[in-house]
Design a protein around this ligand. Structure first.
Ligand code: HEC
Length: 135
Protein backbone atom coordinates (compact mmCIF):
# COMPACT_ATOMS: atom_id res chain seq x y z
CA UNK A 1 0.00 0.00 0.00
CA UNK A 2 2.79 2.37 0.97
CA UNK A 3 4.44 1.61 -2.32
CA UNK A 4 1.26 2.47 -4.24
CA UNK A 5 0.85 5.76 -2.39
CA UNK A 6 4.48 6.67 -2.94
CA UNK A 7 4.26 5.75 -6.62
CA UNK A 8 1.05 7.74 -7.03
CA UNK A 9 2.56 10.78 -5.36
CA UNK A 10 5.62 10.48 -7.50
CA UNK A 11 3.45 10.13 -10.59
CA UNK A 12 1.35 13.14 -9.65
CA UNK A 13 4.43 15.24 -8.96
CA UNK A 14 6.09 14.27 -12.17
CA UNK A 15 2.92 14.75 -14.15
CA UNK A 16 3.26 11.30 -15.68
CA UNK A 17 0.50 8.70 -15.72
CA UNK A 18 0.77 7.11 -12.32
CA UNK A 19 -0.01 3.80 -13.86
CA UNK A 20 3.59 3.12 -14.53
CA UNK A 21 3.23 1.42 -11.21
CA UNK A 22 -0.15 -0.23 -11.80
CA UNK A 23 -0.46 -3.55 -10.01
CA UNK A 24 -3.37 -5.97 -9.64
CA UNK A 25 -4.86 -4.02 -6.77
CA UNK A 26 -4.69 -0.92 -8.94
CA UNK A 27 -6.33 -2.75 -11.83
CA UNK A 28 -9.25 -3.72 -9.63
CA UNK A 29 -9.70 -0.11 -8.53
CA UNK A 30 -9.68 1.00 -12.16
CA UNK A 31 -12.20 -1.66 -13.11
CA UNK A 32 -14.55 -0.64 -10.32
CA UNK A 33 -14.21 2.96 -11.51
CA UNK A 34 -14.84 1.90 -15.14
CA UNK A 35 -18.00 0.08 -14.04
CA UNK A 36 -19.26 3.27 -12.37
CA UNK A 37 -18.39 5.46 -15.36
CA UNK A 38 -20.16 3.08 -17.72
CA UNK A 39 -23.38 3.43 -15.72
CA UNK A 40 -23.00 7.22 -15.63
CA UNK A 41 -22.35 7.29 -19.39
CA UNK A 42 -25.46 5.26 -20.18
CA UNK A 43 -27.58 7.60 -18.04
CA UNK A 44 -26.03 10.73 -19.57
CA UNK A 45 -26.57 9.43 -23.11
CA UNK A 46 -30.17 8.52 -22.33
CA UNK A 47 -30.73 11.98 -20.86
CA UNK A 48 -29.06 13.49 -23.93
CA UNK A 49 -26.75 15.54 -21.73
CA UNK A 50 -23.71 16.41 -23.82
CA UNK A 51 -21.79 17.95 -20.94
CA UNK A 52 -22.28 14.91 -18.72
CA UNK A 53 -21.32 12.51 -21.51
CA UNK A 54 -18.11 14.46 -22.07
CA UNK A 55 -17.31 14.54 -18.34
CA UNK A 56 -17.85 10.82 -17.83
CA UNK A 57 -16.02 9.94 -21.04
CA UNK A 58 -13.00 11.85 -19.77
CA UNK A 59 -13.21 9.99 -16.46
CA UNK A 60 -13.37 6.74 -18.44
CA UNK A 61 -10.26 7.71 -20.38
CA UNK A 62 -8.51 8.19 -17.06
CA UNK A 63 -9.56 4.72 -15.95
CA UNK A 64 -8.10 3.28 -19.17
CA UNK A 65 -4.83 5.13 -18.80
CA UNK A 66 -2.04 2.73 -17.95
CA UNK A 67 -4.04 -0.41 -18.77
CA UNK A 68 -2.24 -1.00 -22.05
CA UNK A 69 1.15 -0.96 -20.34
CA UNK A 70 -0.13 -3.15 -17.53
CA UNK A 71 -1.21 -5.91 -19.91
CA UNK A 72 1.73 -5.47 -22.25
CA UNK A 73 4.06 -6.04 -19.30
CA UNK A 74 2.21 -9.30 -18.67
CA UNK A 75 2.59 -10.33 -22.30
CA UNK A 76 -1.16 -10.25 -22.85
CA UNK A 77 -1.08 -8.67 -26.29
CA UNK A 78 -4.81 -8.97 -26.98
CA UNK A 79 -5.69 -7.30 -23.68
CA UNK A 80 -3.14 -4.56 -24.32
CA UNK A 81 -4.72 -3.93 -27.73
CA UNK A 82 -8.27 -3.70 -26.30
CA UNK A 83 -6.95 -1.34 -23.63
CA UNK A 84 -5.53 0.98 -26.27
CA UNK A 85 -8.77 0.83 -28.25
CA UNK A 86 -10.82 1.57 -25.13
CA UNK A 87 -8.70 4.61 -24.34
CA UNK A 88 -9.08 5.88 -27.92
CA UNK A 89 -12.85 5.22 -27.87
CA UNK A 90 -13.21 7.15 -24.58
CA UNK A 91 -11.46 10.14 -26.12
CA UNK A 92 -13.58 9.87 -29.28
CA UNK A 93 -16.67 9.74 -27.10
CA UNK A 94 -15.71 12.92 -25.23
CA UNK A 95 -14.98 14.73 -28.50
CA UNK A 96 -18.23 13.55 -30.13
CA UNK A 97 -20.26 14.66 -27.10
CA UNK A 98 -18.68 18.10 -27.15
CA UNK A 99 -19.58 18.48 -30.81
CA UNK A 100 -23.07 17.20 -30.19
CA UNK A 101 -22.62 14.48 -32.79
CA UNK A 102 -25.12 11.87 -31.60
CA UNK A 103 -24.20 9.32 -34.23
CA UNK A 104 -20.52 9.50 -33.30
CA UNK A 105 -21.44 9.29 -29.60
CA UNK A 106 -23.24 6.02 -30.20
CA UNK A 107 -20.43 4.66 -32.39
CA UNK A 108 -17.76 5.49 -29.80
CA UNK A 109 -19.90 4.07 -26.99
CA UNK A 110 -20.26 0.83 -28.96
CA UNK A 111 -16.52 0.60 -29.49
CA UNK A 112 -15.85 1.32 -25.84
CA UNK A 113 -18.31 -1.30 -24.61
CA UNK A 114 -16.86 -3.81 -27.04
CA UNK A 115 -13.47 -3.54 -25.39
CA UNK A 116 -14.94 -4.32 -21.95
CA UNK A 117 -16.81 -7.34 -23.30
CA UNK A 118 -13.93 -8.79 -25.30
CA UNK A 119 -11.41 -8.47 -22.52
CA UNK A 120 -13.75 -9.85 -19.86
CA UNK A 121 -14.74 -12.79 -22.03
CA UNK A 122 -11.09 -13.67 -22.54
CA UNK A 123 -9.29 -12.59 -19.39
CA UNK A 124 -11.74 -12.19 -16.52
CA UNK A 125 -12.52 -15.09 -14.25
CA UNK A 126 -15.30 -15.01 -11.68
CA UNK A 127 -14.41 -16.69 -8.41
CA UNK A 128 -16.79 -18.59 -6.14
CA UNK A 129 -16.97 -15.65 -3.71
CA UNK A 130 -18.23 -13.34 -6.48
CA UNK A 131 -14.96 -11.47 -6.93
CA UNK A 132 -12.90 -11.54 -10.12
CA UNK A 133 -9.37 -12.26 -11.15
CA UNK A 134 -7.22 -12.10 -14.24
CA UNK A 135 -6.89 -15.23 -16.30
C1 HEC B 1 -8.06 -5.24 -21.37
C2 HEC B 1 -8.88 -5.91 -20.45
C3 HEC B 1 -10.07 -5.25 -19.83
C4 HEC B 1 -10.83 -4.23 -20.32
C5 HEC B 1 -10.67 -3.47 -21.63
C6 HEC B 1 -11.86 -3.99 -19.35
N1 HEC B 1 -11.72 -4.83 -18.29
FE1 HEC B 1 -12.89 -4.88 -16.62
N2 HEC B 1 -11.77 -6.40 -15.87
C7 HEC B 1 -10.68 -6.99 -16.49
C8 HEC B 1 -10.11 -8.01 -15.64
C9 HEC B 1 -8.90 -8.87 -15.95
C10 HEC B 1 -10.91 -8.06 -14.48
C11 HEC B 1 -10.76 -9.00 -13.29
C12 HEC B 1 -9.69 -8.52 -12.33
C13 HEC B 1 -10.14 -7.33 -11.56
O1 HEC B 1 -11.27 -7.28 -11.06
O2 HEC B 1 -9.32 -6.42 -11.44
C14 HEC B 1 -11.94 -7.01 -14.66
C15 HEC B 1 -12.92 -6.71 -13.73
C16 HEC B 1 -13.91 -5.77 -13.89
C17 HEC B 1 -14.93 -5.47 -12.92
C18 HEC B 1 -15.07 -6.15 -11.56
C19 HEC B 1 -14.23 -5.40 -10.57
C20 HEC B 1 -14.25 -6.07 -9.23
O3 HEC B 1 -13.27 -6.75 -8.92
O4 HEC B 1 -15.24 -5.92 -8.52
C21 HEC B 1 -15.73 -4.49 -13.44
C22 HEC B 1 -16.94 -3.82 -12.79
C23 HEC B 1 -15.19 -4.17 -14.74
N3 HEC B 1 -14.09 -4.96 -14.99
C24 HEC B 1 -15.73 -3.21 -15.59
C25 HEC B 1 -15.20 -2.88 -16.85
C26 HEC B 1 -15.82 -1.96 -17.78
C27 HEC B 1 -17.14 -1.24 -17.56
C28 HEC B 1 -15.00 -1.91 -18.87
C29 HEC B 1 -15.15 -1.12 -20.13
C30 HEC B 1 -15.55 0.25 -20.06
C31 HEC B 1 -13.88 -2.81 -18.61
N4 HEC B 1 -14.05 -3.38 -17.38
C32 HEC B 1 -12.85 -3.03 -19.50
C33 HEC B 1 -10.17 -6.66 -17.72
C34 HEC B 1 -10.64 -5.64 -18.55
Amino acid sequence: MKKIVAASLFGALMGVPLLLALDEQGLMAKMKAAGGHMGDLRKAIEANSRADVATHAKAMAKAYQGLEGFFAARHMADAAKWSGEGLAASKELAAAAKKGNTEAVHAAMGKLGGTCKQCHATHREKLADGTYKIK
